[in-house]
Design a protein around this ligand. Structure first.
Ligand SMILES: C[S@@+](CC[C@H](N)C(=O)[O-])C[C@H]1O[C@@H](n2cnc3c(N)ncnc32)[C@H](O)[C@@H]1O
Length: 314
């Protein structure tokens, strides 16, 4: 029975959770240092400034990519004001560990049944900080909800802020340019837009339509992670806003997507999650990638082997 539940990594089930917690190497307040010296994974609270600072030592991040719980599920019992006060704390903690020139991206939901909270409140809170607003990106999901009586909800919002004058490297999608006919005179010769362009493919702009949402058949899927972001999206952010060897941070690791994107793109990652199970999954995902070259487990689950052993030992 427990094995069956564990197979689905049903983290709302207390029995399943306590069995998995036995397999986690970090308890709250503890830190894992990558034996290869590149990354750090902490198990702790993003609003705890001392804990966050302790993960960085002398390092400063040039990029933060945060994907907090959205006040829809995890914070259902909290008012939007309480939620925003909570956000303020981890935003301040981010300010404490960012380099002089840095970017911060925040994924945030908007509840269409509750006046799109907490997105507008978050934006207003950020307007009171030293961050400069740079872009409001929308990523399109392939599957949505509410198709019969409303517009299908397929968007994910991503806010981009900076301070100082951080790097920005233009990115391109794999989508070919197909529109022709924008003519311009260049050095006395009439030229057409495709001839003038730097790439055969289009730029993502601030509406990303070319990224597949993670589902159980994809290699990068991590079973049990209900809110996994696609690696391609995180890699795009990292490649645009950092250079090789930079440190990137993510205070809400979950499945460890930011860590894997850093490993693949020669960046260092300092990441944390309040839940020992997600901190463990983040570490396991990196180890699995290094051992096998695989970025996730598809529909297999990462604890399976240990779970079976543990059950057998009962
Ligand atoms: C939306 S998920 C992040 C998904 C992640 N971007 C990915 O691709 O897997 C949010 C995560 O934040 C963690 N979390 C919630 N409150 C936290 C806190 N106060 N400090 C650190 N992590 C927290 C949750 O345990 C959850 O794993």
């Amino acid at each position: 029975m427990l094995v069956e539940k564990a197979d689905r990594l049903d983290l709302t089930d207390e029995n399943c959770r306590s069995l998995l917690l036995e397999q986690c190497r970090l308890k709250q307040g503890e830190v894992w240092h990558d034996p290869e010296g590149r990354h750090v994974v902490g198990c702790g609270d993003a609003t705890d400034s001392l804990f966050v600072k302790s993960l960085f030592e002398d390092t400063r991040a040039t990029l933060a990519v945060h994907d907090p719980p959205y006040n829809l599920v995890a914070f259902a019992m909290k008012s939007v004001d309480e939620y925003i006060n909570w956000c303020k704390k981890w935003v301040e903690n981010t300010s404490g560990i960012l380099a002089e020139h840095a970017s911060m991206y925040v994924w945030l939901g908007a509840d269409q049944k509750k006046h799109f909270q907490p997105l507008p409140q978050f934006m207003l809170m950020m307007a009171e900080t030293d961050y400069v607003s740079r872009s409001f990106i929308t990523m399109r999901n392939q599957r949505g909800y509410g198709t019969q009586k409303n517009w299908m909800a397929v968007r994910q919002e991503l806010l981009c802020y900076t301070w100082g004058n951080p790097e920005f490297e233009v990115q391109y999608t794999d989508i070919p340019k197909i529109l022709r006919g924008y003519y311009k005179e260049v050095q006395g010769r009439r030229s057409e837009n495709l001839e003038r362009s730097r790439s055969e493919t289009i730029r993502p702009g601030n509406v990303w339509v070319d990224i597949q949402q993670v589902f159980y058949r994809m290699h990068e899927n991590v079973a049990g992670c209900y809110a996994q972001k696609p690696l391609k999206a995180i890699a795009r952010i990292i490649l645009a806003s950092t250079t090789s060897g930079d440190t990137v941070t993510d205070f809400f690791a979950h499945s460890g997507t930011t860590l894997i994107a850093c490993e693949q793109n020669n960046r260092k990652c300092v990441t944390l999650d309040i839940d020992p199970i997600f901190a463990e999954l983040t570490i396991r995902r990196l180890e699995h990638y290094r051992e096998t070259g695989k970025v996730g487990w598809q529909s297999e689950q990462p604890f399976k082997h240990n779970m079976t052993t543990s059950i057998a030992g009962i």
